[in-house]
Design a protein around this ligand. Sequence first.
Ligand code: ATP
Ligand code: MG
Length: 233
Amino acid sequence: AYWPASGDIRVENLSASYSLDGPKILHDLSFHIKSGERIGVVGRTGSGKSSLTLSLLRCIFTEGNVYYDGLDTRNVNLDALRSNITIIPQIPELLSGSLRQNLDPFDQHDDATLNDALRAAGLFSLQSEMDDGRITLDSAVADGGGNLSVGQRQILALARAIVRGSKLLILDEATSAIDYKTDSIIQSSLRHELRGDVTLITVAHRLQTIMDADKIMVLDAGNIVEFNSPKEL
Ligand code: ATP
Ligand code: MG
């Protein structure tokens, strides 16, 4: 069976650190996000936003429980978890190879599907900005993605999430590395192209980016200080 069937996340008493005996970066967080909700996460630099995204996939040391679709992630194979949930990090690392290989590493989809995803994610809107001409599925990606801007890498990672049909998408927006235009392309792709049942968590640096979120989580020093609809903040 395909898992998870929905994008429901329940977090109970989640703490996290970067090494076994290292300081706690997140302190006993508990919250519930329903399937299909759009959540914005804000907080000053170092407040724990990226650490929260990593701890949801147990990429760092965690205590407490995370349930996806009612299943405790401790009882789920980490590979299965990480292939069903997409995190777009602040600076995505890509594989060297073609765009096609990055979008579809196991060669499971046809070109039309991949091109549709690139279009939906907004990559072609950046076309004219690139000095080396048209982007196609055969365009080369340098190791790590170094020949693409951080914004283009995030858009590519978003296209990959669309191809995979992820039920849960976590976008950790790039900060200074991303220009306003690229940011607005990503936001409009998210608004228009993701199906209604996809849960979206956006770590945002501009409040404007997440004003239409269902709820906004405010982090401060590894604690949740607010988790409410934008109009109640
Ligand atoms: P920004 O807005 O700058 O992206 P953030 O809210 O994402 O900040 P985090 O990166 O989650 O903040 O950092 C939270 C805390 O974790 C900080 O005290 C930071 O120093 C620490 N931290 C982050 N990454 C690591 C790491 N790889 N090893 C050890 N500590 C880390
Ligand atoms: Mg961060």
